[in-house]
Design a binder for this molecule. Structure first.
Ligand code: SPV
Ligand code: MG
Length: 285
């Protein structure tokens, strides 16, 4: 089921972060219904900041790796749209060419800065952002999903402004609203949801309010959750431990049983299936 259908049918969906082909496969195999192609994680995997430092084509190439490797739908974190409405149109065109049909854009300026860095980040003028939404929807067609991300609470603006922006984005054609918050409890997003009254499906990103239970989100009308950066963070944690251990011990003795097996790696990279193809198509065998 694609993201549009999931939203229309009011499905509860967990969007798990992925940042390349391998992590996308891991997300799918774990059972998730959808992927969040995180801008933070994609740029971090390149060793770059989350400030549109990675080039547009580098991001697209990471997205293509993901799309090539999974069947579950991908919601792309499109930052602030990589420029103006024209850049949004071109990005949507490229996404649909690689079989991706869902994009989230945030109402900040280009280049953007990660929401957890600094205070009072400047927001895009409402009309200008609405035009990006319209442009994305017109380019993508009826099966293309546009999630509009409201950064008002992140930048210290009042709840009234967050609601006003979300309503404008709804009228511009957004399919869902992502209400972002950096509070350490979910109080803000629950308050938003209460005032919002279910006018469009809601997304939340519980990175900072990680103590909140899934059932509480559902109770408060937030059906779509994004686990935004936990695979890249778990790989940093694990890679650092392994690298330090091997360097310090000059040995693999205490490492071999704490890493994935080669067989697991080969399974993820399709080696076993290629063995079969070799027999079928490689006449020199
Ligand atoms: C991302 O995963 O890149 C996001 C979510 O945009 S956040 O880092 O919370 O801004
Ligand atoms: Mg991002």
């Amino acid at each position: 089921m694609n993201i549009q259908e999931r939203l229309k049918n009011k499905k509860q969906t967990q969007f798990m972060e992925a940042h390349n082909g391998l992590s996308a496969k891991i997300v799918e195999q774990a059972g998730f219904e959808a992927i969040w192609a995180s801008g933070l994680s994609i740029s971090a995997s390149m060793g770059l900041s989350d400030r549109n430092e990675a080039s547009w084509t580098q991001v697209l190439s990471a997205l293509e790796q993901m799309s090539d490797n999974v069947n579950i739908p991908i919601l792309v974190d499109g930052d602030s749209g990589f420029g103006n409405y024209l850049n949004v149109i071109r990005f949507v065109k490229k996404l649909t060419q690689i079989s991706i049909n869902a994009l989230c854009i945030e109402d900040k300026l280009f280049p953007k800065i990660n929401s957890f860095i600094g205070e009072k980040q400047e927001l895009a003028p409402i009309e200008e952002f609405c035009n990006k939404i319209k442009a994305a929807k017109d380019e993508g067609g009826s099966n293309f999903t546009l999630v509009a991300r409201v950064e008002a609470l992140i930048s210290g603006k009042p709840m009234t402004e967050a609601l006003e922006r979300a309503e404008a984005y709804r009228q511009a054609g957004a399919d869902a609203i992502l209400i972002h918050s950096k509070k350490n409890t979910a109080i803000e997003v629950f308050e938003f949801s209460q005032h919002w009254g279910g006018k469009l499906p809601l997304f939340a990103v519980p990175t900072k309010y990680y103590n909140t239970r899934y059932s509480e989100f559902i109770y408060h009308g937030i059906d779509n959750l994004i686990w935004a950066n936990h695979l890249i963070r778990s790989s940093i944690y694990s890679m650092k431990k392994t690298a330090e251990k091997i360097y310090n011990e000059k040995s693999l003795i205490n490492v071999e049983h704490n890493v994935s097996t080669l067989e697991e790696l080969f399974e993820l990279t399709n080696e076993r299936n290629i063995d079969k193809l070799e027999k079928l198509y490689n006449s020199s065998n």
